[in-house]
Design a protein around this ligand. Sequence first.
Ligand SMILES: O=C(O)C(=O)C[C@]1(C(=O)O)C=C[C@@H](O)C=C1
Length: 277
Amino acid sequence: MALNARAQTPPSPLSLSELRLRIDAIDAELLRLVDERSALAGDIAAAKAREGGDANACLLRPDREAMLLRKLTGKPRVAASDAAVVAIWRELISESLRIQGEGQGGLHLDFWAGDASGQLVKWSRERFGAAPSEGGLAEPVQVIAAARDPRHIGILSLDPRAGAWWARLLAEPQVRVICALPERTPERPKGFAIAALKPEPTGDDVSYWVSDSRLSEAALTELLGQRGLAAEWLCSTGGMKLFGLSGFVQEDDSRLDSKAEKALGSLSGVIGSSPRI
Ligand SMILES: O=C(O)C(=O)C[C@]1(C(=O)O)C=C[C@@H](O)C=C1
């Protein structure tokens, strides 16, 4: 009886100073691991140069990042939220890219200075971390031109007042939409990140398609649905329409062949894709 009673007594809670000692020990271990992870960046940059062939290629691998984040958020945890896990690893990746890009001046975020919302800056920092430098350019077209340089990432608003800058990517095949901003929301994106890299499929992506079709947004959504593409209208301006297509849709997908289906528009195409996190 006495034994049972003792077994049921809850353990006495740790004092605040004991808890702080545990935090100090965990922090020391975390710091060692963060440093160990960061120290791999130099070797990764060298391996990319060796194996990729192009020493000037963009160091960013959004597909790898998405798969790594999904794997982590898919793991069972006691207390850490998905949001905290994503934010911490985004910073770890940002630090890795800072070290990888040290010899080339690091990554730079270009914003369109006409976007006064400030929100895009916040969302871009959530996505690309604290390491990249940033600056504003007078016109969206200058942001696109800067993004031809693999050290630059362009950040542009989907507010119609920014114009149909996204339609210009039809003539800029080396610059693609790589990410929707804000990144982790079920709502329509408010902006895009663009860069000189080719998005790769991650198993859960949204692709972006532009068209000058004269059909209404609803009719075009319907037509795309008939062709097996789940489409969501995102933005229209200057006679151009922008849609998100569920999945990784290749630029030469026969379902988007506007020669076979004239109603898809005479000027149309896929301008990139972003992984869902
Ligand atoms: O796997 C790579 O290619 C890396 O450069 C490593 C790493 C990372 O820190 O995990 C960093 C940047 C990339 O965008 C993706 C992942």
